[in-house]
Ligand binder design. Structure first.
Ligand SMILES: [Cu+2]
Length: 157
């Protein structure tokens, strides 16, 4: 039988899409340290996550908070209150959006602020700004195994 080239293209496109758009199978927890080594920062200060993912803040020094909003203007979405080294605070983000937050004692004086960005799964490839570390999200999910791949390419054409 004559190989139909559009069909071959369709099969290849399907294989590529299976590899390229595999969705994570489960929610992921992103860790942020508050005041590591006494520094007045959230580390990392910005995380990009998907709906259903969690952010877990861990206090690296005493007397900080994670409070949604801008310094002096809490918006009430979350507020850990002041906590000390070793404390943790976890929140699940189910809606997309950009969520700024700050530390109550150090947001205004010292720009101790952070951002949680919640974007839909399979977004366009994120551009890295200069000096920005690559996103650390583990790529889980179905991966086309070599055997399946061979099988796909051996479909009668
Ligand atoms: Cu602080």
């Amino acid at each position: 039988m004559r190989i139909s080239s559009w069909r071959l293209i369709l099969i290849i496109a399907t294989a590529v899409s299976l590899i390229g758009y595999a969705k994570p199978v489960s929610a992921t927890t992103f860790n942020v340290t508050i005041g590591p080594n006494g520094n007045l920062v959230f580390s990392p200060s910005s995380v990009t996550i998907h709906p259903g993912d969690q952010v877990k803040w861990t206090w690296g020094s005493d007397g900080h908070s994670t409070t949604s909003g801008s310094p002096g203007m809490p918006n009430g979405i979350w507020d850990s209150g002041l906590r000390n080294q070793g404390a943790t605070f976890t929140r699940t983000f189910n809606s997309t959006g950009t969520f700024p937050y700050y530390c109550i004692p150090h947001g205004g004086c010292c720009a101790m602020v952070g951002t949680v960005m919640v974007v839909n799964a399979s977004p366009p490839r994120r551009r890295l700004r200069r000096g920005q570390a690559p996103r650390q999200r583990p790529r889980q999910g179905p991966v086309l195994q070599p055997r399946q791949h061979r099988h796909l390419l051996q479909l009668p054409l």
